[in-house]
Design a protein around this ligand. Structure first.
Ligand SMILES: Cc1ncc(COP(=O)(O)O)c(C=O)c1O
Length: 307
């Protein structure tokens, strides 16, 4: 299964858990989503193994290039699976994340844009048979109590979490819309700050912040607002001192995780993912974030680089 190394761990561990082998392909430096060109090159090489599926991740709330991935999946007779964990409500053209592949996974972990008060998630599919199979797997592989056709998991969405999600679901479109406005405001603030050299993904002392690209076909819901930053770790420490919370998604690309050593990737194999892991910084982003708070974030970043 082809997927991206620049994602949360579960993207790749889920592939391993279902008995498949992950083939990790580099990302597009503009969006940090799985690169369709690199995926095509991997598909061309795929004669040496049995390729079953391609799984893009809609990273930070922006759909991967689903025109390209749908075409590639068809051409190479592979299933298209979406990791939509960060993209509830996102769209590619007029199609919602989670409605474009054979199946998709969502997460309702508390940091997610649609979040439960504990763990939760769901799988979406238009395939009746697959839906029945997933329903069985979530309940110890059982359709009828105490009769097990296969080995599944205890992976039911518990009723308390479902109740919370059901109420939040009514608000998610408004919250996503608010995130989009906030992202536009960050963009304006960064451009007027002089920290950004527009159109480049390279950061330097002269242009220490680079903004990620938003594809025109994408309805990005900014699950995270992430920039690339020069001297990222020092900047992050400075912002922490100022009481501004940030996060790094993700500091170690998955091909370099200790538990995947057996996959035999080395540092340097997927250079864009590796560079991104040293540069990305997620800034405060939640629907209630105020304009003066955003100004404070950008002012603090400007102060850091002017010292
Ligand atoms: C891209 C991505 N895939 C998968 C997951 C796994 O979701 P969960 O932890 O709810 O299983 C997450 C988040 O945690 C994620 O961000």
């Amino acid at each position: 299964m082809i997927t991206t190394p620049f994602s949360f761990f579960a993207t790749v561990s889920s592939v391993v858990r279902c008995g498949a082998t992950p083939i990790l392909v580099d990302i597009d430096p503009a969006t940090l989503n799985l690169d369709p060109e690199a995926t095509e090159r991997a598909l061309q090489r795929a004669r040496s193994y049995k390729l079953r599926a391609v799984m893009p991740v809609h990273l930070y709330g922006q759909c991967a290039n689903m025109d390209r991935f749908a075409r590639l999946a068809e051409q190479y007779d592979a299933s298209l699976v979406e990791d939509a964990a960060q993209a509830f409500g996102a769209k590619w053209r007029d199609k919602k994340a989670g409605a474009m592949g054979k199946a998709a996974a969502f997460s309702f972990y508390p940091t997610k844009n649609l979040s439960a008060y504990g763990d939760g998630g769901c799988v979406t599919t238009n395939d009746e048979e697959l839906a029945a199979h997933v329903r069985r797997l979530r309940n110890h592989g059982s359709r009828q109590r105490y009769y097990h056709e296969e080995i599944g998991w205890n992976s039911r969405l518990d009723a308390m979490q479902a109740a919370v999600l059901r109420v939040k679901l009514r608000h998610i479109d408004d919250w996503n819309q608010a995130r989009r406005l906030l992202a536009r405001r960050y963009q304006g603030l960064f451009i007027s700050s002089g920290l950004v050299h527009s159109g480049t993904q390279l950061v330097s002392a002269q242009a220490p912040i680079a903004l990620l690209a938003t594809m025109p076909e994408a309805y990005h819901i900014y699950h995270q607002y992430v920039v690339r930053a020069f001297r990222r770790d020092e900047l992050r420490a400075f912002l922490t001192q100022q009481g501004i919370g940030t996060e790094i998604y993700y500091p170690v690309p998955l091909h370099l995780q200790e538990c995947f050593t057996y996959l035999a990737y080395r540092a340097g194999d997927l250079p864009e993912s590796e560079r991104a892991s040293t540069e990305v910084l997620a800034l405060p982003m939640f629907p209630e974030l105020r304009e003066d708070e955003q100004q404070r974030v950008v002012a603090a970043i400007t102060e850091f680089y002017s010292r």
